[in-house]
Design a protein around this ligand. Structure first.
Ligand SMILES: C=CC1=C(C)c2cc3[nH]c(cc4nc(cc5[nH]c(cc1n2)c(C)c5CCC(=O)O)C(CCC(=O)O)=C4C)c(C)c3C=C
Ligand SMILES: [Fe+2]
Length: 433
């Protein structure tokens, strides 16, 4: 197992970054400085720069960093980046509790360095050892890299003495309608979500954590997301999913601290104090029947979502952010937003105020060699205060949603994302107490 090395303050990006960015980048290196020196966003999110929230307003958004240490982990409330690399790991049967604690400490140092735009710390230039950093991110801008860790229910079995630390709502999701899950691409003892504006930066993060994990953890599955399908702040333009519709219009505004407190962060009623301020992460790989969708009439496509394809407006409105009128009926007495429309069934108005924070990405697995069909869809990631929120929504959507004709849930995961780290704290110490 690698020792936790000192963080060498050697910026990864050799290009002369703007003075302000570089100052902020250096300020983010020390744990205390990161928290104290950065601007606290609403909901506890700490943003490295004023304008780097995806709205394109920053002078050089690619050069910006998102501080690693804050009240909540980065990668949840912080503005969604363009790319994702998501991986899960199982702990090796030969690894002990001490091995896992040590790895989590090493991962903390590596994640803190990489998100600050630095290489994985360690000896530099030792010809008799593999390089401590694999190198493919040298010269690339930090790209707002965030690394978010999560723990699956299986980690809290009897292997590592963690049963008494299990967050109260962390257990495997029940079987849900609309799913045909591949176990090899589902679940995992640990998950790591790496998001960045550069896919190579996100992949580099996962690859290096995997490398540091040799002998302690085994990769279980990995997914690459090539385009965000959600906005998490009002400053971001709403992206489109692979069905061509704007996606994320009525997502939670993650800069709204009270909404995040009500719907996303695990609260003070959680008996496991260490998990308070964290969040439950649901991942679902949802394959789209794209060939079938692409042959569907525009009118039918709009009925499926209850929104207009061009503007994203609800079928009862004119503009994207108009509030849907779920009571409106046409002259024939039919609902304007159909009874089976996705937004009707998922809306908080029709689910006792239930909301989740969606943070998903489009993915592709290439071509099905047998059919020639495109294989791709939505890698759905959502954060929530309790997993029953997802279960409630999926029970409705999986049975009644018009969209279900065009999609299939093929993989799944539930994890608890712990709260953020304070100065000097590491993931191992936080988990094991
Ligand atoms: C269980 C939760 C959800 C799953 C699974 C899901 C799958 C899914 N969604 C889209 C596309 C869109 N979803 C939209 C809105 C929306 N979806 C959910 C939940 C799940 N979606 C919610 C809670 C909402 C918000 C509803 C509301 O408040 O009005 C939209 C509309 C735009 C928006 O508000 O984001 C689209 C488009 C796909 C393609 C998909 C599976 C492949
Ligand atoms: Fe949806």
């Amino acid at each position: 197992m690698n020792e936790t090395p000192d963080i060498t303050p050697e910026p990864r990006d050799p290009e002369p970054a703007p003075a302000v960015s570089r100052r902020r980048l250096l300020g983010a290196v020390g744990a205390g400085a990161a928290v104290a020196g950065a601007a606290l966003g609403a909901g506890g999110a700490v943003l490295a720069t004023r304008d780097d929230n995806g709205g394109g307003a920053a002078a050089n958004p690619a050069a910006t960093t998102v501080p690693f240490r804050a009240a909540h982990q980065a990668g949840i409330a912080t503005p969604s980046q363009d790319r994702l690399c998501f991986a899960t790991f199982d702990v090796a049967s030969t690894a002990s509790r001490a091995d896992l604690a040590e790895l989590l400490k090493t991962w903390t140092a590596a994640a803190e360095a990489m998100t600050a735009g630095k290489p994985v710390p360690g000896d530099v230039g030792d010809l008799n050892a593999p390089p401590d950093d694999t190198g493919e991110a040298v010269g690339l801008a930090p790209g707002r890299l965030t690394i978010t860790i999560g723990y699956g229910p299986s980690l809290f079995d009897d292997r590592f003495g963690l049963a008494a630390r299990r967050p109260s709502l962390l257990k495997r999701l029940p079987q849900l309608p609309g799913e045909d899950l591949d176990p090899a691409n589902s679940d995992g003892d640990l998950c790591v979500q790496a998001c960045a504006d550069d896919p190579q930066v996100a992949f580099h993060a996962i690859r290096n954590l995997r490398r540091l994990g040799f002998g302690t953890v085994l990769p279980r599955w990995m997914e690459l997301g090539f385009g965000r399908t959600s906005s998490t702040t009002p400053q971001q333009a709403t992206p489109r999913n692979l069905m061509g519709f704007k996606d994320g219009t009525r997502n939670i505004d993650a800069t709204d601290g009270s909404m995040m407190g009500e719907h996303v962060w695990i609260g003070d009623d959680e008996p496991q104090r260490w998990a308070r301020g964290g969040s439950y992460l649901v991942s679902r790989k949802i394959q789209m029947r794209l060939e079938q969708w692409d042959r569907d009439r525009l009118g039918d496509q709009q009925d499926v979502f209850g929104r207009l394809k061009s503007s994203g407006a609800p079928m009862t409105g004119q503009r994207e952010f108009d509030t849907p009128d779920f009571g409106a009926k046409d002259s024939a007495g039919q609902y304007v937003i159909p009874a089976t429309a996705h937004i009707r069934l998922a809306a908080p108005e029709n689910n006792n105020g239930l909301r989740i924070l969606r943070r998903g990405y489009s993915y592709t697995d290439g071509i099905n060699p047998e059919t020639g069909d495109l294989m791709g869809g939505l890698f759905f990631v959502a954060f929530m205060k309790s997993p029953d929120r997802f279960i409630t929504l999926q029970r409705v959507l999986g049975q009644h949603d018009a969209l279900k004709e065009y999609i299939q849930h093929i993989a799944s995961g539930l994890f608890v994302a712990p709260p953020g780290l304070s100065a000097g704290q590491d993931w191992g110490g936080q988990l094991f107490g």
